[in-house]
Each structure stands twice: as C-alpha cells, then as structure tokens.
Design a binder for this molecule. Structure first.
Ligand code: ATP
Length: 203
C-alpha cells in the first residue's frame, strides 16, 4: 500500500486538501492530532517526557500541562528538538500500525513538520500544499482570531515554503484562485493507477 505524505506551512490548506481525499475514501492519518493524543495516552512516552521536562509537564489529572511545556520549548530549539525526539518515534510507529489496518490503495499522512521530523522518508511520495503568505496569514487570523504578528511569528519558525516545494514530489496550489478538487482528483487517479504495480517503500 502506498504511503503519501501531505505537508505545507501554517494555513496553507493541508487539512482542507485532506478532507477532499477523505471524501474520495482515502484514509488520512493526521500526525499532529495523533501526536497530541499519544502524549496523554502512551505510558512510556508520558514517563519519558516527565523525566526530561519534569513532573510539572503533566497536570494532576494526567492532562498535558501545555503552557508549561510551551514555555520550555518556545524560542528554545534544543528543548523543542528534545521533545520532538521523544514524540516522533512513537507517532511513526502509530502510523505504521494504523496503515497496516487500512484496506485502501493508498493512505495519507498529514504532518506540518513532515520534512523537519524526517518522517517523509517513510512516504512513497510527498505532496506540498502551497499558498501565498498573505492568504495564509488571512486564513489563520480568521480561523483563530489572532493577530498578524502572532501568525508571522509562528511562520518564521517553520521551514520556508520554497524549501518545502523543492523537496516535493507533487504540489497542490491552494491560492483562492486555483480549484483544489481537480488537483486532488488527478493525484488520486495517479496513486490508484500506480498502487496496482508499485510496491510501497515499506514493503
Ligand atoms: P495549520 O497547519 O495551521 O493547521 P492547514 O495547512 O491544515 O493549517 P487548513 O486548516 O486546511 O490549513 O486551512 C486554514 C484555514 O483556511 C481553515 O480555516 C480553512 O477552512 C481555510 N481554507 C483553506 N483553504 C481554503 C480555500 N481554498 N478556500 C477557503 N478557505 C480555505
């Protein structure tokens, strides 16, 4: 079964594009959502995080102490790297276990930091969703009611879009002018056609 990665910068439209694939019956694994869930359910990961960041990383009811951890990793690349190095292997394993249960011709892994985490290496192809910076800022401001400064600050911590598109196998343009459905249909047709003849990277 082919594994397709989907990534892109904040507000580019990754989740929106994935919804279209889901409507076509393609299972989508949202790595960011799953990682958040694993951080409060995987006993080994919880104890590793507590060991590295202190017992305060979790609240008494075992919820993640998000503000405490955010303070630790915000503007501290080393601490962020440390946290990611604990969470990523568990998320990668969850993706592999999940994909083994799927019956479709291909599956999708949606991840904001697919390249940065190295998990693009487990994908047969990577799609990068792109959108001009001004549009992405407008979308995130509307979605979250935050300031332009807030969005720009988060953007500045991400891999630049140009670097992502250079690493992409396919690009989906989501610029409010180009329709995304025909782009998704074309890729769906391609992945369905090659899945019959191409073994996955992990097979
Ligand atoms: P993030 O990484 O920040 O979670 P994302 O790349 O997954 O973002 P989406 O959540 O899909 O992006 O899109 C960001 C916002 O823009 C959402 O509110 C979504 O509804 C809206 N949006 C995305 N694409 C379009 C589009 N083509 N037309 C209208 N609204 C869109």
């Amino acid at each position: 079964m082919l594994k397709i990665g989907i990534t892109g910068g904040i507000g580019s439209g990754k989740t929106t594009v994935c919804r279209v694939f889901e409507i076509l019956g393609i299972p989508v694994f949202n790595a960011d959502v799953i990682a958040k869930s694993i951080m409060v359910t995987d006993a080994f990961l919880i104890s590793s995080i507590k060991r590295e960041f202190g017992e305060e990383a979790y609240l008494p009811n075992n919820e993640l102490n998000r503000s405490y951890l955010a303070n630790k990793v915000f503007n501290n690349q080393e601490e962020l790297k440390k946290l990611n190095s604990l969470v990523h292997p568990v998320t990668i394993k969850a993706f592999i276990d999940w994909s083994l249960q799927q019956k479709s011709a291909y599956v999708i892994k949606e991840a904001a930091i697919l390249f940065e985490s190295g998990s693009y290496r487990d994908c047969d192809f990577v799609i990068v969703v792109t959108s001009p910076e001004e549009i992405r800022i407008k979308r995130v401001k509307n979605r979250e009611g935050v300031s332009e400064e807030n969005v720009r600050s988060r953007m500045s911590k991400q891999m630049p879009e140009k670097e992502k598109t250079e690493l992409a196998d396919f690009i989906i343009i989501n610029d409010d002018k180009t329709a995304i459905i025909p782009q998704v249909l074309k890729l769906n047709e391609y992945f369905n056609s090659i899945s019959r003849t191409t073994p996955s990277i992990s097979e």
